[in-house]
Design a protein around this ligand. Structure first.
Ligand SMILES: [Zn+2]
Length: 351
């Protein structure tokens, strides 16, 4: 829904570089077995260990894949880890041409895929769960992204928690959100640790709905690639209905946009808005109807020290209802995009 870049002052390319450095850290003091000049627990060390097994088994195609990652000082491996989604798509195509995707995954349907035996070995080398998801690194990265709400649905908060468990004095940090692999691990296990393929999101979008769906940046919105606000608007069928049950939300293409997004459909975003949030939006619309610009003017006249202009009163009203005044604030508020678009429809905001 949102472009993550809009919500952070952190240099994301640099963060991706740091992510790569930490994954491939040489001389990691906590590492175990030494392999070449890499420790076995670093990503490169694990890939080299897997390559040694493929060499011993005389599996030439597997050896070629490991060399594809390792050649030229691990140039391709680094590209896979730090590239944006559009470049990742090209790399997937390159790997498919050179090795075929069937080497890694069995594509059963748009919603279902499973790893081949070699795909499982690749997943073990990348070790997403053990070496990233369960580590503090995952929390540190998230904190720098400054996300507040799931970037797919704009409904559910995503958060990390710092806490001291009962019966312990030790301060702990944990990520309460899920991490979505935009290009799923079950289809492309070599993208398990790719920085821009890891999207913090809610369990509804990631676990329940998207799961292994074969998303593509040309057909599905990606929060590291596009902002939905450039392409779609939500609208409500009536802004003065007598009952919330009569409301119906839909999403429509912005004039001039040719992007045909299926993420809103596949993640059932508009359906979820329609099933769960009619009451909340109905209350918001009523509040606007009964506290519009005239009331703002009245506030200003009654409380000139608090509201110095009608705009301040108006702004305070929208703020109180959790409506983002500009598009770069959409991720600060649950349902920010839906609320903002309906306020635009009611002429309460300047586009
Ligand atoms: Zn979500």
């Amino acid at each position: 829904m949102i472009l993550i870049d809009d919500h952070t002052s952190t240099d994301l390319e640099q963060l991706a570089e740091n992510h790569y450095t930490l994954l491939t850290l040489r001389n990691n003091p906590r590492a175990g077995q030494v392999l070449g000049d890499f420790k076995a627990k670093s990503l490169v060390g694990r890939i080299k260990a897997k390559k040694a097994v493929s060499v011993a088994a005389n599996e030439q195609q597997q050896v070629d894949f490991w060399d594809f990652l390792l050649d030229n000082n691990e140039a391709k491996l680094k590209e896979l880890i730090i590239s944006r989604p559009s470049r990742l798509k090209q790399l997937i195509q390159e790997i498919d041409q050179q090795f075929t995707n069937a080497m890694f995954s069995v594509n059963n349907s748009f919603t279902d895929a499973s790893l081949t035996p070699f795909g499982t070995i690749v997943a073990e080398a990348f070790a997403y769960q053990a070496m990233y998801r369960n580590k503090d690194l995952c929390v540190t990265v998230f904190e720098q992204l400054r996300l507040r709400v799931c970037p797919y649905c704009n409904i559910t908060p995503v958060e990390c928690l710092t806490y001291t468990p009962r019966l312990s004095n030790e301060l702990k940090r944990t990520a309460l959100h899920q991490l979505d692999h935009f290009y799923p691990q079950s289809r492309h296990p070599y993208l398990a640790l790719s920085f821009f393929n890891l999207i913090p999101g809610c369990p509804y979008c990631n676990g329940h709905l998207k799961s292994q769906m074969d998303f593509d940046i040309d057909t599905h919105f990606n929060p590291y690639d596009k902002r939905l606000d450039d392409h779609f608007l939500f609208e409500v069928n009536s802004t003065n209905a007598d009952s919330p049950d009569l409301l119906e939300f839909q999403h429509i293409s912005r004039q001039g946009s040719t992007f045909l997004d299926y993420a809103l459909v596949d993640l059932e975003v508009t359906s979820r808005y329609n099933q769960w949030y009619k009451n909340l939006i109905y209350d918001m619309m009523n509040c606007i109807r009964f506290n519009g610009p005239d009331v703002g003017l009245s506030h200003m006249m009654q409380m000139p020290d608090v509201f110095t202009t009608p705009l301040a009163a108006h702004d305070s009203l929208l703020k109180g209802m959790g409506v983002p005044r500009n598009r770069n604030e959409i991720n600060n508020y649950p349902l920010g995009k839906l609320k903002r678009d309906i306020c635009l429809q009611m002429d309460m905001l300047v586009p």
